[in-house]
Design a protein around this ligand. Sequence first.
Ligand SMILES: [Zn+2]
Ligand SMILES: [Zn+2]
Length: 279
Amino acid sequence: MTTAKVLLVGIDGVRFDILQQARTPTLDRLAGSGCHHSMAIPEEGITVSGPMWSSILTGTWPTEHGVYDNSTAPERRLPDVFTRLGRQGMLTRPIAVAAWQPIVAATGCGPLVDPTLVDCVPIDMPDESPESYIAGDRTVLQIAQARLADPAVDAAFVYFGEVDEVGHRDGVSDRYRAAIERADSLLGELLDHLDARTDREDWTVIVTTDHGHVDGGGHGGTTLAERQVWVTSDRELGIVSPVDIAPAIYELVSAGHHGNSCGHQAESTPDTVPARAHT
Ligand SMILES: [Zn+2]
Ligand SMILES: [Zn+2]
């Protein structure tokens, strides 16, 4: 039995209705063999990057993971799903690459991915302008491609940040839609690179966002434009909420390990395996 490998791609701040209007051949191709649908961030969620990426990576809402804003680290850090799987010996070399530092580095509310077990690569950014993120996201792509050339890498979180910065500066505009199309193109380059491996290996690709934007640009509130998010995957995984993503990844990878072993079950505790939040 082939061990399941997972690529999780995060594209920050992509509003669902604008994504539907944008030209996104890569996401369309993934959806063609799997699924693409909207999801709502419920009351328990916070439409801010740090809290939401923490929800996506841990499968819990802020009352559990403790990340309420972008600047304050939680008192007790819940492990991200790659760390949980790594601690249980079910991943060999997970990686995380991001230009927004709190994802992978001890700054602000970060690191949302624990660098102890996961090979975390923060990209240096001169500032948070859209122009810096265009260059930063391309560097993220190049580093992710280089890391994925290592056959030991068996899970990856790759994060692109330009779309959110354009949303803040220009609002939901033609430039915002163009940024979404650039992110889809980066995703296409990343998947092309993975194709040589997927011939021989069982990779599942999941793409998602953390929140939308109000028309004038900005998020953090409770309007539908901010709360409506989405997920695209090349496999139907039963994800109906952002907090289903981490459990889906956990189940995918651990199922392969259960199949490989002689009846051995992975360690399972309430802290390490959050229940799916089907609502
Ligand atoms: Zn965000
Ligand atoms: Zn933002």
